[in-house]
Design a protein around this ligand. Structure first.
Ligand code: MG
Length: 168
């Protein structure tokens, strides 16, 4: 199979997120919560637009495809041991889920890291829901919760950068 165009890759990544239980609107709610205290005029449209910009990036699409694939394989018990158990049980010492999504957070620099640390700790909205759902033995969201947190953090950072440019 040939490498897909950016538009097709974006659609695939978006559909995977939706299929696994994270809609753009739910991610936008987190972005809104992260940025509203800094930008009183912020709208939900600003937040969904920012998520669309994040999903335009090839490194973000690659991280979404890779992480969700691993979650799905773990869920179907298709990985080799000990990786199968590490991922399926969301072992806190595994840590590669947080590392993988740094490629998403990286896109918008150091603000992205700060925002990601914040959502990773507090697990607001859909992130907490996905994290809880992943505790079901038949469900694995080990990568998904971090992917969603990273996309929200990157989108919040994108808004912060854009807003700063508008101010000047
Ligand atoms: Mg995780």
């Amino acid at each position: 199979m040939t490498i897909k165009s950016n538009k097709k890759m974006k659609d695939i990544a978006k559909n995977l997120l939706i299929e696994r239980g994270a809609t753009i609107e739910e991610i936008a709610n987190i972005v809104f919560e992260l940025q509203k205290k800094y930008i009183p005029s912020l709208t939900m449209v600003d937040c969904t637009d920012a998520i669309e910009r994040v999903l335009d990036k090839r490194e973000v699409q690659n991280a979404v495809l890779t992480g969700i694939e691993l979650d799905k394989l773990a869920e179907e018990n298709k990985l080799s041991e000990p990786l199968e158990t590490l991922i399926n049980s969301d072992n806190p010492l595994y840590g590669i889920d947080e590392i993988l999504v740094l490629s998403i957070v990286n896109v918008y620099g150091s603000i992205g890291f700060t925002n990601f640390g914040y959502v990773d700790k507090l697990k607001p909205g859909i992130i907490g829901t996905l994290d809880e759902a992943g505790k079901d033995p038949n469900k694995c969201n080990t990568f998904l919760d971090d992917i969603v947190g990273a996309i929200a953090a990157a989108a919040a950072s994108s808004i912060a950068h854009n807003f700063e440019e508008d101010e000047e």
